[in-house]
Design a protein around this ligand. Sequence first.
Ligand SMILES: *Cc1c(COP(=O)(O)O)cnc(C)c1O
Length: 364
Amino acid sequence: MSRPTHIYIDLSRLRNNFLVARRLHGARLLAVIKANAYGHGAVSCAHALSSVADGFAVATVEEGIELRQAGVTLPVVVLEGVFSASEFDSVVKHQLTPVLHQEWQVQALLKQGGHYGAGFWIKLDSGMHRLGFSPQDLPRIVHMLQTGSRHRPLTVMTHFAHADSGRKEAVESALALFCKATAGLAVETSLANSAAILGYPEARGDWGRPGLMLYGHDPAGSVLSPREGLQPVMSLRSQIFGERWVPPGDTVGYGGLFVAQRPSRIGIIPCGYADGYPRTAPQGTPVWVAGHRVPLVGRVSMDMLTVDLTDVPQVTVGAQAELWGDHVPVSDLASRCGTIAYELLCHVKRAPFQYFFGDSVASC
Ligand SMILES: *Cc1c(COP(=O)(O)O)cnc(C)c1O
């Protein structure tokens, strides 16, 4: 048997979560599959969503090319845009839709004059203050792009800084700023990420951009999101592959972080931080083993971690373990580790992926 650690991806849940986003947002939706679909595998996710999504969003031109080479024909918006004028050649060749957020980009592409059949998105800075044009500059930029001879569909987008932080008034003022800046422009609009789709029904436009919710999680970090019927798409699973008794006073793992207070039966799971399980997980973090929540003990190491099985004598070598998934919500694990579900999901690596659709592969 090979190492029993796998990343399970349920593509039927991905589709269902997408349909939840569609129901809440209406209009058209770009499925955000940047960063390898938040760790879930961009190409597999794109294929699973291609009959329901209106397009995809990625961060970089390279991510867009990967989708095109895998046969994806729907619109692909490149959220971080191009880093040099020469990247516009790839944009044209692969019919990608770049987000423009700096004036040099607009000047470079007008000078180049290629055929941008997939159009452009223009980013408006509504308070995040990272990328994007100011409301004062927006009409001029739109005008520059619309006065070219070729048809260039234009969408103006913005990205909320506070949609997941509960600062309602900050979202409302960003929304008001966006509406004012785009009033009277002949453009399509795009506003809502997952947090806005879930929490701000007033923030709508021609295109929604759900990311995290597609993977079954609430960006606000609320643990387990039965919210609106979202279900986690990914689970990280392994097995107990060794066990030993440790006498009171002895320690387990690097640095002796765990000191046995009683004769303790320690189970070893072949999953560590090189697989993406966070090294910062504190003592007592729950791991689901054959129907029981058992505590993590000792330091998470590169290739394995240890749990205390003393209270579950029926659990032995070979028992199935879930590091995160339906029983251990990744948002819960993330908050114990001082981070967010986004970071844990996009850090999975090394362990092989197993894709399935509903019940077509036995579950844990
Ligand atoms: C990542 C991203 C999204 C998706 O955000 P979620 O919080 O995952 O829904 C939407 N829009 C932009 C511009 C992004 O960068």
